[in-house]
Design a protein around this ligand. Structure first.
Ligand code: SF4
Length: 704
């Protein structure tokens, strides 16, 4: 008969994928993960989605980097036109000892720092790494490179949400956990597809609906949760502000505002009221494509319920007016007082398992840990004392600005830990050209990613189950991920690699492990000052704010006031701005990029997980069936998409959830990279690119 292989070890950890932060247990035998089980964490209570349950075997994939690699002198010149073979790096790279690789990596950066100054260098850390790794990485850039040129993929994700939240209510994190939907009467879900991107979070929404919560979905693309919604507002792409201003206009006009909340807890309402006068539902209906009557009904439902909550995703944030979109959502909550209680509030759904934590830890060019601005004299003095180093007071460059600085000949060296800008940046060909132009590129990763292929030296790092550290989920729970297996071959833990790099850049660090780094973080970050490592080991998860030891932590915040200088929330009006690149005669279609259930971000992990890869093995472009018919393409046939920046050919999938004359593409497929097409135009405030809208043309056929 068939015998079940018994595990000999069980290690409690956290899912490495999305921001929901499900707790899980790795079942191990002889340094291999056999399977994964859900465990009773605050965000999942035993539940896992397909990624968390089946997406673990990437760690054992034969493509894992197991030795440091240095680019061969005789290697072909670096080129944006990648012809990459992740199974065989040896045509381009040679193996090196750790000593040689680290010396080489640091020497190249030091040379540039010496010859061209600190601002000729930049570092990208990762939202896939732990809080401790993020903290040390930004400290290395700030004290070792000598500038604030440090960023990570939050820039591509919720930078605009965070900018608006900090501006309006003084804190960039969520006000309430996802599971609060169970206590809300009404939930607005806008620009988010949790069934795909936050699957366990979506199950809480469905459970709530079964118990009577009413769901309002607002999205240009229909998602699975629409089946459970009371209202589905399929508005025209790029008209979020028109829609949201019309809702607010109605709430004021009909007297559904919360006057005492506005009087006691907010400021600048009168300006907002004046601003909204011209945004009647009747005036906005033709703009956003939603009937005025529906806008009025939805406004009433949200404003007058006992508890209404707003959750949003990249459909709000990834626009050149992403900050404006988020400002509108915040104003909606403020004028109705739908914040500061259970079952209300604002929740930007975080994408990566640690994008909240990496941002909190200071992996952002404008702020030190805990969002203390680099140009604030007091904050600067505090960190200069804590780190015993002089610090630059000028905010650094953001992700896309770094690529522009390389192209302009101002930035020459980079250290990239666990990020893949060659895939994730908009206008990827341009980003690859910039990376290829660098005089010295150090990449620290677990696979030969599209970015690593352009490196001068590659430092083989550890995968998620191979290290211990803390990770902060979308609900602000700081959770302990415990090491379950050892890294393969000579791959080393990221915390060790960062410290070795720091030492060679002249920094005298001596952290014995993640616990000592976390102890320093508690001194730097008031929000987590009360969380002890021992408590994390005991409880696995502690929610912040937790300012003093023994504090239970606060799952719901803003109960009495907002952490702004006045203690009040501020209304910031937004006008309708068009997307940067609108369809025209030559490029008459709209491209929407995003993710799909089985694959995560640039796909470097999930496409190497056997089950996930088997379910979604190939790049597809989703189009409305009537559009396919017009093009004369059958589902499964080829289509070629072209923008002003690039062209890809891939299979077509019929999907009537996609609006007419629009195409949806996931950005995880290197063989048909969506970001070869996307537009690098930035939101002026948050510097987030417009991944959710650019103009393309579509033709039948083509050579894949
Ligand atoms: Fe992992 Fe997110 Fe799925 Fe939970 S919902 S198992 S955190 S990918």
């Amino acid at each position: 008969g068939v015998g079940l292989i018994q595990s000999d070890k069980a290690v409690e950890s956290v899912c490495p994928y999305c921001g929901v932060g499900c707790q899980l247990t790795y079942k191990i035998k002889e340094n291999r993960i056999l399977y994964v089980e859900g465990r009773d964490g605050p965000a999942n209570h035993g539940r896992l989605c397909v990624k968390g349950r089946y997406g673990f075997d990437y760690v054992h994939h034969p493509h894992r980097l197991t030795k440091p690699l240095i680019r061969r002198q005789e290697a072909p010149p670096k080129s944006a036109d990648l012809v990459m073979d992740p199974a065989n790096p040896y045509t381009v790279f040679r193996e090196a000892s750790w000593e040689e690789a680290l010396e080489f990596a640091a020497a190249g950066l030091k040379k540039i720092r010496g010859e061209k100054g600190p601002k000729a260098l930049a570092g990208f850390g990762s939202a896939k790494g732990s809080n401790e790794e993020a903290y040390l990485f930004q400290k290395l850039v700030r004290t070792g490179f000598g500038s604030n040129n440090v960023d990570h993929c939050t820039r591509l994700c919720h930078a605009s949400s965070v900018a608006a939240l900090l501006e309006c209510i003084g804190s960039g994190a969520v006000s309430n956990p996802v599971a609060d939907v169970g206590q809300a009467q009404v939930v607005i879900l806008i620009g988010a597809n949790p069934t795909v991107n936050h699957p366990v979070g979506a199950t809480w929404i469905k459970n709530a609906i079964k118990r009577g919560t009413r769901l309002i979905v607002m999205d240009p693309r229909r998602s699975e949760l629409v089946r459970h919604a009371t209202y589905f507002l399929q508005f025209k792409p790029g008209t979020d502000v028109a829609l949201l201003n019309a809702l607010m206009h109605t709430i004021i006009e009909e007297g559904w505002v919360n006057p005492s909340f506005i009087a006691e807890r907010t400021e600048a309402f009168e300006e907002m009221k004046r601003h909204l006068q011209v945004y009647s539902p009747e005036a906005m209906a033709p703009v956003c494509g939603i009937p005025a009557q529906t806008l009025r009904e939805v406004a009433r439902l949200y404003a007058t319920s006992k508890g209404s909550m707003i959750l949003w995703g990249m459909g709000i944030s990834q626009h050149t007016y992403g900050t404006d979109n988020a400002r509108c959502l915040i104003s909606l909550a403020l004028m109705t007082g739908q914040i500061g209680r259970r079952g209300t509030g604002l929740h930007p759904l975080r994408g990566q398992n640690n994008v909240q934590g990496a941002s909190d830890a200071g992996l952002i060019p404008m702020v030190f840990p805990d969002y203390q601005r680099v140009d604030n004299v007091e904050a600067q003095a505090k960190f200069e004392a804590l780190w015993d180093s002089s610090l630059d007071a000028q905010p650094g460059l953001t992700v896309v600005e770094v690529m522009e600085a390389i192209t302009a000949g101002k930035l020459h060296g980079m250290y990239i830990e666990g990020e893949n800008p060659a895939m994730s940046d908009p206008d990827a060909h341009h980003a690859r050209e910039a990376l290829a132009k660098l005089e010295h590129l150090v990449v620290q990763d677990i696979f030969l990613t599209e970015t690593a292929y352009l490196a001068d030296v590659i430092l083989p790092a550890s995968a998620y189950p191979e290290k211990t550290g803390t990770f902060t989920n979308t609900d602000r729970w700081v959770q302990l991920g415990r090491q379950a297996i050892n890294p393969p071959g000579e791959a080393r833990q990221d915390l060790w690699i960062i410290q070795e790099m720091a030492r060679r850049l002249g920094l005298e660090w001596n952290y014995s492990g993640p616990a000592t780094v976390f102890a320093e973080m508690r001194r730097a970050m008031p929000s987590i000052a009360g969380i002890t490592w021992e408590r994390l080991e005991r409880e696995s998860a502690v929610v912040y704010p937790c300012r003093q030891e023994g504090d239970p932590g606060e799952p719901v915040v803003f109960i009495d006031n907002f952490p702004t200088s006045s203690g009040r929330g501020k209304f910031v009006p937004a006008d309708i701005l068009p997307p940067d690149e609108r369809p025209d005669k030559e490029y008459p279609w709209v491209l929407i990029t995003g993710r799909q259930l089985e694959h995560w971000h640039t796909g470097s992990m999930t496409r190497r997980a056997a089950v996930l890869d088997a379910i979604e093995p190939e790049a597809v472009a989703s189009l409305h069936p009537l559009d396919l018919e017009e093009l004369g393409v059958k589902p499964g046939g080829w289509v070629t998409l072209a923008s002003r920046r690039g062209q890809v050919t891939l299979e077509a999938r019929a999907d009537d959830a996609v609006p007419r004359h629009a195409v949806f593409m996931a950005f995880c497929y290197y063989e048909a990279a969506a970001n070869l097409l996307s537009n690098p135009a930035l939101d002026p405030v948050a510097k987030i690119p417009e991944f959710k809208y650019c103009a393309i043309k579509v033709s039948a056929g083509g050579q894949a």
